[in-house]
Write a protein that binds this ligand. Structure first.
Ligand code: E4P
Length: 220
């Protein structure tokens, strides 16, 4: 399973890139707005830090506008994935940009029917938003299970399932259990994956006992 981080904060991205566990980055207009910085500069910086796909979202609503914006974003770096919304125009743009060998991430997917359309439009990634579905009393993980099952039926569907709107480690675990290709998560959720109180407790006990021996590994 690949891990993407869902942020446009370059300091966070640099810090987490050092773990060696980050395979890509997703951004959206809200995350870019939070930085208060110029969109294209932020995307260029992220692309220089991360080897894998970096999603940058268009804001035009019509297909020609999205295609123009997508072409511009694509020129920033080879690892830019152009993000388009799951609308009829978004999928037209997806088809056109994919035909030009641009990676396209179709975002704001909330149903299996939409995921089928994204795959048919040649998307490199489809982003079902599990957290936002859970927020309104839906079942985000049931959607992931449906998409995995459907895509598995068709060898021609090469779109990767990028589980988005992740809120906590259980979302990541469930997505992995279902065989989703990618989980994109906020930095805090990635850091939470490391945590277990028994790890902290066990380490403290080991180090206490070790200190009593008076030994040092490097000096023995
Ligand atoms: C994914 O690409 C989106 O940017 C993101 O996961 C949305 O998450 P949110 O629902 O926490 O805003």
């Amino acid at each position: 399973m690949k891990f993407f981080i869902d942020t446009a904060d370059i300091d966070e991205i640099r810090d987490l890139a050092e773990t060696g566990l980050v395979d890509g980055v997703t951004t959206n207009p809200s995350l870019i707005a939070k930085t208060g910085r110029k969109f294209t500069e932020v995307v260029a910086e992220i692309c220089a830090v991360i080897d894998g796909p970096v999603s940058a979202e268009v804001t035009a609503l019509d297909a020609p506008g999205m295609i123009n914006e997508g072409r511009k974003l694509r020129q920033i770096a080879d690892n830019v994935a152009v993000k388009v919304p799951l609308t009829p125009d978004g999928l037209k743009a997806c088809k056109a940009l994919s035909a030009e060998d641009t990676m396209v991430n179709v975002t704001l997917c909330f149903s299996a029917a939409q995921a089928i359309l994204a795959a048919k439009a040649g998307a490199a990634f489809v982003s079902p938003f599990v957290g936002r579905l859970d927020d309104i009393g839906g079942d985000g993980m049931a959607l992931i299970a449906d998409i995995v099952e459907i895509y598995d039926n068709y060898a021609a569907f090469t779109t990767e399932i990028l589980v988005a709107s992740i809120r906590h480690p259980m979302h990541v675990i469930e997505a992995a259990r279902l065989g989703a290709h990618i989980a994109t998560m906020p930095p805090a959720a990635l850091r939470q994956l490391y945590d277990h109180p028994l790890t902290d407790k066990g380490l403290a006990a080991f180090l206490d006992d070790w200190a009593k021996t008076g030994q040092s590994i490097l000096e023995s």
